[in-house]
Design a protein around this ligand. Structure first.
Ligand SMILES: Nc1ncnc2c1ncn2[C@@H]1O[C@H](COP(=O)(O)OP(=O)(O)O)[C@@H](O)[C@H]1O
Ligand SMILES: Nc1ccn([C@H]2C[C@H](O)[C@@H](COP(=O)(O)OP(=O)(O)O)O2)c(=O)n1
Length: 231
């Protein structure tokens, strides 16, 4: 638990929310490294709940069982020797199993279950600590860190996002199809935006940043500029 006397509770937070493939994860990691801040990939937590449910044959709409999985899982985020992110679940490196579209689809389904969102709330807030946190997800600015110093809603056209995802998965050696990826991205956007609890939408005080025609470093520069204005 954090309270007002806890320096962790007042550490600055930058939230990056937005749809799949908009670049929030990549940009967030570069930004956190530039600032020397911590980084939270909240989507990985939902992906892990989906993975655990799949492995233990729990239905993707079984609130109490999914909440139990979310509460009991032990997660460590690290970095591989090659500099890529590493996720360790209950002591085991999950490798690329979290990054498939199937894992994204399962994550989006368990993310619509209110008990799962509730179970992950404090887990996410525990990542906040000095000197600061960059948090990536769908509801970082609206629900998890409503008092964030800077909130950015990162977006791009669905076609651009599908192409980015296509290249990314192809480089990882996955067998992918661009038209199917576009369809999956649209389906996931619709489900994430339509759910009753913490739907995907910009916070009222978020800056919307369309990255369709920007490079990764241009996006990071813009967000750093916005942050300097705030400080
Ligand atoms: N502005 C950009 N221009 C081109 N490619 C980008 C840009 N932002 C991200 N990418 C690439 O798109 C892919 C998806 O980005 P990612 O950060 O995983 O998105 P998200 O976390 O929003 O789902 C990655 O391969 C990333 O390198
Ligand atoms: N804060 C969050 C993060 C992710 N989710 C859900 C919704 C998303 O479709 C899935 C997967 O999120 P993730 O950020 O890993 O997915 P992308 O990299 O954007 O494709 O989890 C969420 O509901 N709330």
């Amino acid at each position: 638990m954090t309270d007002n006397t806890d320096p962790r509770a007042s550490a600055p937070v930058v939230t990056l929310d937005g749809p799949s493939g908009s670049g929030k994860g990549t940009v967030g990691q570069v930004l956190a490294a530039r600032l020397g801040w911590y980084f939270l990939d909240s989507g990985a937590l939902y992906r892990l709940v989906g993975l655990l449910a799949h492995e233990t044959a729990v239905r993707l709409d079984d609130g109490p069982q999914l909440a139990r999985l979310a509460q009991e899982m032990h997660v460590d985020f690290g970095v591989n020797p090659a500099g890529t992110p590493r996720v360790v679940l209950n002591g085991v490196d999950v490798g690329d199993r979290l990054r498939t579209e199937e894992a994204g689809d399962r994550a989006s389904r368990v993310a619509a279950v209110p008990e799962v969102r509730q179970a992950l709330l404090e887990k996410q807030r525990a990542f906040r600590r000095p000197p600061g946190l960059v948090a990536d997800g769908r509801d970082m600015g609206t629900t998890v860190f409503p008092d964030a110093l800077l909130k950015v809603f990162v977006t791009a056209s669905a076609e651009q996002r599908a192409e980015r995802r296509y290249k990314q998965l192809k480089e990882k050696g996955f067998d992918v199809n661009l038209a199917r990826l576009l369809e999956e991205i649209r389906e996931r956007d619709a489900r994430d935006a339509a759910r009753a609890v913490s739907p995907l939408r910009p916070a009222a005080d978020a800056q919307v940043l369309d990255t369709s025609d920007l490079s990764i470093s241009e996006v990071v520069d813009r967000i750093e500029g916005l942050l300097h204005e705030r400080r």
